[in-house]
Write a protein that binds this ligand. Structure first.
Ligand SMILES: [Fe+2]
Length: 296
């Protein structure tokens, strides 16, 4: 009865300093600036129209956008959410224009994360051309804060047909296609985007960026390391407004054939569940009970 998400599409991030967010995203992260307005900037790391829209003012909050297969699927999803008692807001023409989409409805998950469901997003006729050679191949997933991991998991798996790929502690890593996860839930006390992931071509890109970012005084908060869940090699670093960015490569695919036998695994909330190489996170939402005990 739930709605199928076709793909992850964008994040919108309210920022204290729009110019600084653009500088970081282009010069450090390696994104391409594709549009600049008085109070918003559009950037991308793949062939989509845009992956991130920075909006002037932190009060704009965070929004995660998912593409539905077509307009009919979007309408059906809106009706389904209304039936399920989830408040649905239909986007105005201005809001659709700001998001470069033809169809838009907005809902919230139980924690209060704002989710745009969109149809017919603008296609781009140009390939992505990064500001620096970070090796980015695509915008891939978002870490979302969850104040109630079970309620949010139920929301995404029943109303939006996501599947649990694995858990770390209480929190689920959720897939909507073959990629191991496109949504990762992390326990928190408030709603919002916790990290933004871009896939890079190889481990060489991760190591090159590790040195590049350190040389440019960007704070590395986790890695280089390897997730035992998805198998991806990763690097996490801190951007403006407290947003963590991640490069990763080699994420596990759960194919249609794998689906027949795949069973999600329950990893305990210990450091080795986040990194099988031994790197320890400097990210509050990745802190595990032993970390907290050590810090106390
Ligand atoms: Fe991630």
């Amino acid at each position: 009865m739930g709605a199928d998400l076709h793909d992850i599409r964008y994040v919108r991030i309210g920022t204290e300093d729009l110019d600084e967010s653009i500088r970081f995203a282009t010069q450090m992260l390696g994104l391409e600036l594709v549009g600049r307005e008085a109070s918003a900037a559009y950037l991308r790391g793949d062939d989509r129209d845009h992956n991130i829209c920075y909006v002037r003012g932190r009060e704009a909050g965070h929004v995660l956008g998912f593409e539905m297969k077509d307009m009919a699927a979007l309408d059906a999803a809106a009706a389904m959410f209304e039936d399920a008692g989830v408040p649905v807001r239909h986007g105005t023409s201005d809001e659709r224009e700001q998001r470069r989409v033809r169809g838009l409805v907005t809902i919230k998950d139980p924690t209060g994360n704002v989710i745009d469901l969109v149809a017919r997003p603008a296609a781009s006729g140009k390939r992505y051309y990064g500001t620096r050679d970070a090796g980015i191949t695509s915008f891939s997933h978002v870490g979302l804060r969850t104040a109630d991991a079970q309620a949010d998991e139920r929301f995404y798996t029943t109303l939006l047909n996501a599947k649990v790929s694995d858990w770390i502690g209480d929190a689920a890593l959720l897939r909507i296609d073959e990629v191991h996860h496109k949504i990762a839930l992390f326990p928190s006390t408030f709603a919002g985007v916790q990290h933004v992931n871009f896939q890079v071509e190889s481990q060489d890109d991760i190591m090159r960026s590790w040195y590049f970012l350190q040389n440019h005084n960007v704070r590395i908060v986790f890695g280089p390391g390897r997730h035992p869940t998805s198998g991806a090699r990763f690097l996490y670093f801190m951007g403006p407004d407290g947003i963590v960015y991640e490069y990763s490569t080699g994420v596990r695919m759960i194919t249609a054939e794998d689906e027949k036998t795949y069973v999600p695994r329950s990893f305990p909330a210990v450091p080795s569940s986040f990194c099988m190489w031994g790197s320890l996170p400097d990210i509050p939402e990745f802190k595990t009970e032993p970390d907290i005990a050590r810090a106390a």
